[in-house]
Design a protein around this ligand. Structure first.
Ligand code: HEC
Length: 230
């Protein structure tokens, strides 16, 4: 004897027991709510995509040719023109940021503090060379410097010359790093541009030996005439 109550109910038939199962499997579908075939659904997607592409530019004011999706003929760019976004594009800020990275090359000798090492590497902080003419500074970095020099009126004799950096640094690198040293540690100096560096590099392309102090004396206050960076 099973404990299934249907097994001893005389009114229970096989059909009664099958009915709920059959109804569950094949639920009646009301007219109008039948499932759409797959291809109709895909067609719907394609129509939606094409319609979106037409409605966006033609009705919504979206412009495919403007990379900034906020700016279009119908909606002007809502972002502020000045303020933080403008500061990121400021040439001095940009050069200071990149120059700080390039300075890693100089810092081994001139130190992170820009104070150099007495008797070995001259200071860049407060140096009348650094804050003087752009032309002398560009020459020092491109071709190096040797022999005794005078910094802020004091004699300085390095045991080894400054090696030329022009082969490893691009015009832009030299411009950035000089702008950085001319405006760091309390220094105040003008922006050095890559056009200025390119002009000096071209003028002195035959030069191989490092400069000496007396050779560069005429350029102590000279500014390179070159178009400023656009
Ligand atoms: C290997 C060490 C060394 C490296 C690297 C070096 N310098 Fe110098 N630098 C010197 C020495 C030494 C002198 C002084 C040479 C002399 O007395 O004739 C000098 C002199 C200078 C001067 C002129 C004097 C002064 O102190 O104002 C400037 C400007 C300068 N270096 C900038 C740089 C910059 C910018 C870099 C990086 C791109 C750099 N140097 C990398 C060793 C170095």
């Amino acid at each position: 004897m099973s404990d299934n109550p249907q097994s001893f109910n005389p009114d229970t038939t096989d059909l009664d027991r099958l009915h709920p199962a059959v109804k569950r499997e094949k639920a009646d579908v009301e007219s109008g709510t039948e499932q759409a075939p797959m291809w109709v659904i895909f067609l719907g997607f394609i129509v939606a995509i094409i319609a979106g592409g037409q409605l966006g530019p033609n009705v919504g004011g979206f412009d495919f040719n403007v990379s900034n999706p906020f700016a279009s003929s119908r909606f002007p760019d809502p972002r502020p023109v000045d303020g933080t976004a403008g500061a990121a594009l400021d040439p001095l800020q940009m050069a200071m940021k990149k120059g700080a990275a390039t300075y890693a090359l100089c810092g081994g000798c001139h130190q992170g503090s820009g104070l150099g090492v007495p008797g070995a590497f001259p200071p860049l902080a407060g140096s009348d060379w650094v804050m003087g003419g752009t032309e002398r500074n560009i020459r020092v970095v491109l071709h190096g410097l040797q022999g005794p020099i005078k910094i802020n009126g004091a004699d300085f004799a390095a045991p080894a010359p400054m090696p030329p950096q022009g082969a490893v640094l691009s015009d832009q690198d030299v411009a950035n790093v000089l702008t950085y040293v001319r405006n760091n540690w309390g220094n105040k100096g003008s922006l050095v541009t890559k056009e200025m560096v390119a002009a000096v590099r071209e003028k002195e392309k035959a030069r191989t030996a490092p400069w000496t102090g007396p050779e560069l004396e005429p350029y102590a206050k000279a500014e390179v005439a070159a178009e400023p960076a656009k």
